[in-house]
Design a protein. Sequence first.
Length: 754
Amino acid sequence: MKKSRFGFNWGGSSTPTTTPAERRGEVNELKVALRDPAIERDLVRRREVMKRVLGFMTLGVDTAALFTEMIMACITKDLVQKKMIYLYLCAHSETNSEIAILCINTLQKDCKDESPLVRGLALRSLASLRLPQITEYLVPTLRERLVDTSPYVRKTSILATLKLFRASPETFRSMGLGEKMYGMLRDNDPLVAMNALAVLNEVLVDEGGINVTKQILYFLLNRMRDLSEWQQCAVLRLVLKYVPVNEDETFDIMNLLEERLRGSNSAVIVGCSRCFLHLTQNLPTVHQQVFARLKDPLLTLMATSQTYETSYPLLCHIKLLVQREPKVFQGNHKDFFIRHTDPTYVKAVKIDILTTIACDANSKDIVAELVEYVGDSSREISRIAIASIAKIALRVESISKQALQHFLDLLSMDVDHIRGTTLFAMKDFLRKYNNIDFVRPFLLSIVKSYKDMAFQDEESKVAFAWVLGEFGEHIEDAPYLLESMSALFTSESSDMRNEILAALMKLLFKRPPEVQPILGQVFQVAIADFSHADVHDRALLYYRMLRANPRAAAQIVCTPKAAVPVFAEDDISEVRDKLFEEFDTMSVVYWLPSSKYTRKAEDDDSDDDEADADEEPEEENQEGSLLATALELDDDAQLEPAAFQRLWAQLPVAATFAVRFKGAVPASSAVEDALADKSVFTLATNSGQGGTLKLYVFAKAAGGSDAPVYLMELVTPVNGSAPGGVTVKTAHADGGKKVQQLFAKALSQLATIA
């Protein structure tokens, strides 16, 4: 390998490993090399010098001293050198604007070169120069190159017009380049037309993008065969913006798009599916036929997908279609059977689809398949499969006997999570199928499972207590099983305590001698314990009902329960409609409307807001500022006392502030209700015992299990002799200040916050 006097190999690029001082010396050596006639005549050595210059520039070495030499080197026929020189000039033009003007003449000359590659490269470099006066040099060149004979040059010219728009929108409009871009949509070269479309959408973003006319749309649709997949997706987005004038026009557009459904690209097929659904949304009969037309392309694409990154979004879109028209996919249930190699997230979506399309004709096969999934290595899939069997049995009565037998088999398995999930799923099943002759074997199996191995998880224990209360007259040991559960009453969660209370109340009217002493003991514990306000209140309610009118209490507690066809958590019709409007977007994959995971840009009406604010009283302005920074809290937040105590010991104090009540300190219930309206929930209160009112409250930010938790303690003298104080603990950086603002808003009618 030949080595130069500058310390690097001519035969290939090398990474500089010298010190900064040595690099400055090498920059000076490069300047000499750029002026060396011998190197200038040697094409290979000249390229290596250029590579070395770009290498230093990339590493952050100051190569501005070479600017004059690089401009002089522009005069070359070697395209490789031109690319490197232009890259250097574009990078340094802003810091050497006066010298950079010297290269404009060379670039303008190259824009008229006989080679289209040189013309395009020169135009791109000219448009990329960061010079204040570049507009006056770029405009005349653009006029010529927009009508160039080479598609490559025309494409580059279109992109240059976008740079001109960013530098000078007035010049862009005065030249009529917007109208010119509309004309170039009809260019013979697809890439030129698509670049013009992209430029128009960005230039007209404030107007909603390009104005789609019938002529433009039909011209592009007729050229779909010549477009790449990415370009086809761009045209499909135009279809969504166009409103056909009549049904015939709708069918014409669908006929032009029909061929796109026979492709193999997932983006094109899903995008085309969205167009079909959008075009027929006001044609109910045709809309249903579209589902049937889309079924085969989507299923074929799902079956032939080589990666799960492709098949999973497809399955999410199919799931959305299935929920809208389940009958269309009922004959293809086997296409959604799980493969052992499928990842967990794919298995979960397939099970959801199978659950939705289950009917009298296919439910037997689907339930038998779901039973196989119960033994999956993933506990999550096992639980989903069991829950799905119960959902199908609730909807398809013909499968109820088979489902019950499967549940009996699952209860006999020595696997905790399978037995627990089975019992929890069967709670809803028993509410519908409550014929004692039908469910007696299941009740016996539940009791045997509990006696042999008990149930470990919270949900299954709650479900077991419900079964004992609902069918206790047919279970011999029901009172004694509830008695053993009541012995651990003080260590149970709120849900479990409430269920034990409810079960004992139901069983009291069925087997009073055995249950009465147990219920009395539970009443004593629950009413005396203020740590769980909901349990305390429920126990007090039951106790007062029994004292006032036992007969009426029996009618209330033991009233027949109708089967629930649709549960509130499963009724997602509103979400489904929003997702349908956002078909072919990430919303379908996230299963959330875009408003839930994106932030909208602030409205450009600040002037109006300021004018309105000037007319508002000072207190209202302060309130508005509080609301602007208000926390988004979870309306259904829950926290166990043990978890509260653990977090209280771990979390730092984020803020402390004073609370001065207006007049006498109100009852604790008034404070609790005011805070609850703002999603701040009370965990415990001493109701003013010892002359001091203490409330322990909590809140949780919206956003899932990892969202910040806010713990608060309110302590105030009952007689109002001194202001109360609030201590806030949270790991959130700004949490203390925001909680203080939240308290000010929640207690505005009762107190002042300082």
